[in-house]
Design a protein around this ligand. Structure first.
Ligand SMILES: CC(=O)N[C@@H]([C@@H](O)[C@H](O)[C@H](O)CO)[C@@H](O)CC(=O)C(=O)O
Length: 337
């Protein structure tokens, strides 16, 4: 489905969001910290909606939430992460987005986790503090990747500085070594972390090293979550003991992944494998044509009918013929969607 209405999508400014809060009689800064529930199941790594002019478009977030819930059976979101292009957003934009997600997800989503990692520890602290004020259910922090921490100790110190300004919020380390170039093992990061960060609640593990992931699972406390983030091999991570998964394709393939998880839980491994193989077939086809965030976002636009716009520079919009070809493949693999 093409997103013609996109050009006319309205942009809600921060002050509009503020007025909406006031009219709903929700004073977010006064909200009590969210109850600390273990994070499980599928978590959609949300795309950031942009207008055609490249401004953030919070007006689309309400429809986005309804779509995830009703069409994909996805009840938690991870906001301002990699898929959300956080590193291409300003701190002010990230606050506006986090506020809109928390406000609009209220009563509709189980958990809104806000990624607050930045290159600067100060910016990260500002966003962590803000996430606590607006009633987020948790925060996550990626390793800084320009000046990189080159030991587990340095990385833990950075995470501690951020977590300490929002001590009531569940805290997740966001491990994505292929993107950050920070190759500290997840398991090494976890060593002794709770003494340093009492709010630590787990890892979002977007890496292919299943041995390290397994070690994170086996080291985890019962109230922690080991969340896997390479969608094309989720089944392997479930076998390793994943408690949930955060990923981009759960935005538009969530219903299939929910079936995969149910099949796995019922020990129907053949059925679970069939679904994982279908996803692999789609993604390997897309990867051969060139699969980046621009392409991924366009697939979401096409499958969902939402108007999330193009990505922001330096990412480029998806060429129309590439989207068409991948969508044809999608319909051949998932004919009932
Ligand atoms: C490198 C990357 O973007 N990985 C994605 C995956 O969901 C990925 O898009 C998917 O496995 C397809 O390759 C997630 O791990 C990222 C993520 O969770 C996030 O946006 O925060």
């Amino acid at each position: 489905m093409h997103c013609f209405a996109y050009q006319w999508a309205t942009k809600i400014t921060k002050s509009d969001a503020y007025k909406e809060r006031q009219s709903n009689k929700v004073v977010m800064s006064a909200m009590a910290p969210a109850a600390d529930k273990k994070l499980t199941g599928l978590v959609a790594a949300a795309f950031t909606p942009f207008t055609a002019q490249g401004e953030i478009n919070v007006a689309e977030i309400g429809r986005y939430i309804n779509y995830l819930r009703e069409k994909q059976g996805v009840r938690s979101v991870f906001v301002n992460g990699t898929t959300g292009e956080s590193m291409s957003l300003t701190v002010a934009e990230r606050k506006t987005l986090a506020e809109a997600w928390c406000l609009k997800a209220k009563g509709k989503m189980d958990q809104v986790i806000v990624h607050v990692g930045c290159m600067s520890v100060k910016d990260s602290q500002e966003l962590a503090h803000h996430a606590a004020q607006i009633g987020a259910d948790g925060i996550a922090v990626i390793a800084p990747s320009f000046f990189k921490p080159n030991t587990a100790e340095a990385l833990k110190k950075f995470l501690h500085e951020v977590a300490s300004v929002a001590p009531s919020l569940p805290f997740y380390y966001y491990h994505i070594p292929a993107v950050t170039g920070v190759n500290v093992l997840g398991r090494d990061l976890m060593e002794g972390i709770e003494e340093l960060i009492p709010s630590f609640r787990g890892v979002k593990f977007s890496g292919e090293d299943l041995m390290d992931f397994g070690q994170c699972v086996s080291y985890s406390k019962p109230h922690w979550s080991a969340l896997y983030g390479v969608d094309e091999q989720l089944l392997a991570a479930l076998a390793m003991g994943a408690h949930g998964a955060v990923g981009s394709t759960y935005n538009y393939l969530g219903c299939h992944f929910n079936e995969l998880i149910s099949a796995f839980e019922k020990d129907s491994l053949d059925q679970a494998r069939t679904i994982q193989f279908k996803v692999q077939e789609l993604l390997s086809y897309a990867k051969k044509l060139g699969f980046d965030l621009g392409v991924n976002k366009q697939l979401m636009n096409e499958v969902s009918g939402l108007c999330l716009g193009p990505p922001r520079l330096p990412l480029m919009p998806c060429p129309p013929e590439r989207a068409q070809s991948i969508m044809k493949k999608y319909h051949s693999i998932f004919p009932d969607c």
